[in-house]
Design a protein around this ligand. Structure first.
Ligand code: B1M
Length: 215
């Protein structure tokens, strides 16, 4: 197997270690050198985020490492996104993400959004305290394939079912895959409310979303 140029490997390392300044610098260099940008994303950045997710799940990385890696990835993606769009690179899919109505916890949801973005998804982050109507309207508006719901309170978990009910009432339930997560949410609860998938972690949410849209 041919080794990739050393600068590109450094991008992998920069994302993995959350070195945003170096990630941006290498990305700028790659753009100037007319390097294959799609390869940059799929060959270096996404594998780096996959490794970040693996380390998090193995207990080698903790939330701060996840956040700084996501920030490094986002810094590079900011530069690449318009160019990749020009190249017509297919994103993995479009996802509407938010914390459900009544719930103001946004750290885990933010991580999920960043990891999904790092996983090649186009993410529409609706923030916190998002109503069922807003999830529905934004999913329709952005032509999303997946709606990702986060809840941190046992009292706000039922709002997840509220979103699924709203989709059903609007006759669009089959158009979307609904995925759920957050500390009190379980696979059992996900099954009970008829969600399409549950993940206990942000990195797991990326794999789940990939499986659901068959990337
Ligand atoms: Co709140 N809070 N909080 N809180 N808070 C909890 C959740 C709580 C467990 C604390 C406790 O009592 N031990 C408790 C809930 C009890 C329950 O319902 N069972 C609680 C409570 C009671 C409350 C208030 C009601 C307190 C009060 O006012 N009396 C209040 C509610 C406000 C509201 O939302 N309406 C409240 C407020 C707050 C703050 C505003 C102070 C603050 C939030 C700040 C912010 O988010 N900007 C806060 C915090 C920080 C916490 C704790 C301490 C930490 C949450 C966190 O950010 N964790 C939390 C206790 C705890 O969890 N240890 C607690 C780190 C984050 C990375 O993890 O969000 O779980 P997490 O996300 C994970 C996974 O769950 C998963 O991926 C992430 C990374 O792996 N994940 C998904 C999350 N969403 C996903 C979606 C997916 C897939 C995976 O697919 C779509």
């Amino acid at each position: 197997m041919t080794e990739p140029p050393v600068e590109l490997k450094k991008l992998y390392e920069a994302v993995l270690t959350g070195d945003a300044a170096t990630a941006v610098e290498i990305t700028e260099g790659a753009i100037a050198a007319d390097i294959d940008l799609q390869e940059l994303v799929t060959g270096q950045m996404i594998p780096a985020m996959d490794e970040v997710g693996r380390r998090f799940e193995e207990g080698e990385y903790f939330v701060p490492e996840l956040l700084i890696a996501a920030r490094a990835m986002k810094g590079s993606l900011e530069l690449l996104r318009p160019l990749l769009a020009e190249l017509g690179m297919e994103m993995a899919g479009r996802i509407v993400v938010g914390t459900v109505k009544g719930d103001l916890h946004d750290i885990g949801k933010g991580l999920v959004a960043s990891m999904l973005e790092g996983g090649g998804f186009e993410v529409v982050d609706l923030g916190v305290d998002v109503s069922s109507e807003k999830f529905l309207a934004e999913a329709e508006e952005s032509n999303a394939q997946i709606i990702a719901l986060s809840a941190l309170l046992t009292t706000t978990m039922p709002a997840m079912k509220g979103v699924i009910d709203a989709l059903q009432e609007a006759g669009v339930r089959d158009k979307y895959k609904v995925i759920v997560g957050g500390a009190p949410v379980t696979q059992r609860y996900s099954d009970e409310i008829g969600a399409d998938g549950y993940s206990p972690s942000a990195s797991g949410a990326v794999n789940l979303a990939r499986d659901l849209v068959a990337v």
